[in-house]
Structure formats: structure tokens, C-alpha cells
Design a protein. Structure first.
Length: 216
């Protein structure tokens, strides 16, 4: 069985996504950087605090065994509309494990939990606006009948003086992107900003996801 018990909740999320994308998504104006389009938070943002929220989601503090799945590395810069780095921005990510299940009380999936997967990480950008995470590629999962969500990573990025951004990062080459309701709800000219191409480097697939915040 999949996640069909969440139909009404996910339907509400989908409706809200269209409004947010149409209002907040920015276009390129002159030399300004294009603001990263929003995408919904979804119902599985972590509810309970956890001791380990560092940048390596594949290894929980105190454990010796790493998470299941393909290890990946995501890097990027947080920039302002003028392309300047934003130092001290809090980058908060959460995602499903390699089996497509969140470590969350409300996730009704029957696929296995991974006790060695952290599932949630946080970091502040350095002086150059840089951030990075080591994680695993999340699995796809059934959101409701007829709708399977592609692999994705949730982001929430905040910094005083800027509008908080909640969005999702998608993986290039995934056929499920072409039918995903939340991805397709983003303006067609902006969707590529949420898609990352991963290339193997030093034995680990690595991808870059730059983020542009709007000033308040």
C-alpha cells in the first residue's frame, strides 16, 4: 500500500502551491539574478527535535553504520538578487530515505524506515554564501493514487533581511518530474532552477543547487 490516506492533506498542499508560485516567482530583470521559485513545505517537516542535525545525513551521531542507499553530495551558494553571497543564511533540508519514507509520525508509508538515516540537516552559509550536505538520494513514493512523487529534497532558507524561502530540489533525468503536480505547478520558465544534474566526482555523485533570496 502507498500513501493514499493523505489524499485530502496533499490536495490542500497542491492548491496552495499554485498561489505561492504565481505570486512569488520572479523573472530575470536586467543583470539581476532570478529568485529561486518556491515549492510547498509538505506535511513531513520534522516535528520533534533531534540531537544530530549536522550536514552529514548518512551517519547519525553515535552510530557506526551509514544510511542505506546511494550517497550523494549537494553543494551550493545562497545569493541575493544582485548575485552577491549571503553569509549566515540558515539552510534547512529534510527528505525521505532511500526507500521513499520520511522519519515522521504522520507518514503512513509501509516501506522500511532506516534507523541510520538522519533525515534532517541544518547549516549556516559561510562568508562566500556556500553550503553543502552529504546525504542519500531519496526514493520516489506514492502520494496518492495516480500520483507518484519523484525523488526530491525539501529546503527552507532564512536570513534576517530576506524573505524566507521554502522550496524543493529535484533530480535531472527523472521521468516522474514530468508528471509531478508540485513540480509542474512552478512557472515553466522557472522549473529548471529547481533541477540539479549530478555528476560523479571522487566516487560520489555531486550536484550544485544555487539559491537566490529576495530582500525584504
Amino acid at each position: 500500500m502507498g500513501k493514499t490516506t493523505k489524499i485530502s492533506r496533499r490536495s490542500m498542499i497542491t492548491v496552495g502551491a499554485g498561489v505561492a508560485a504565481s505570486v512569488v516567482t520572479a523573472s530575470v530583470l536586467g543583470n539581476q539574478a532570478q529568485i529561486t521559485p518556491p515549492n510547498p513545505e509538505g506535511p513531513f517537516y520534522p516535528m520533534r527535535p533531534q540531537v544530530d542535525k549536522d550536514t552529514d545525513l548518512t551517519l547519525i551521531q553515535g552510530n557506526t553504520e551509514r544510511a542505506q542507499g546511494q550517497m550523494i553530495r549537494v553543494t551550493g551558494k545562497v545569493l541575493d538578487e544582485n548575485g552577491q553571497p549571503v553569509e549566515g543564511a540558515l539552510v534547512d533540508i529534510w527528505q525521505a530515505n532511500a526507500n521513499g519514507r520520511y522519519h515522521h509520525e504522520d507518514d503512513p508509508a509501509t516501506t522500511p524506515l532506516d534507523p541510520n538515516f538522519q533525515g534532517w540537516g541544518m547549516v549556516k552559509t559561510d562568508a562566500g554564501g556556500n553550503y553543502s550536505f552529504t546525504t542519500v538520494k531519496p526514493g520516489a513514493y506514492l502520494a496518492e493514487e495516480g500520483w507518484t512523487r519523484p525523488p526530491h529534497i525539501h529546503y527552507k532558507v532564512s536570513r534576517r533581511g530576506y524573505r524566507e524561502l521554502t522550496t524543493q530540489m529535484y533530480f535531472s533525468g527523472e521521468s516522474l518530474n514530468e508528471t509531478d503536480r508540485l513540480f509542474l505547478d512552478v512557472d515553466a520558465e522557472s522549473r529548471d532552477l529547481l533541477v540539479v544534474d549530478f555528476q560523479e566526482k571522487n566516487g560520489i555523485p555531486q550536484g550544485e543547487f544555487p539559491i537566490v533570496l529576495a530582500k525584504v
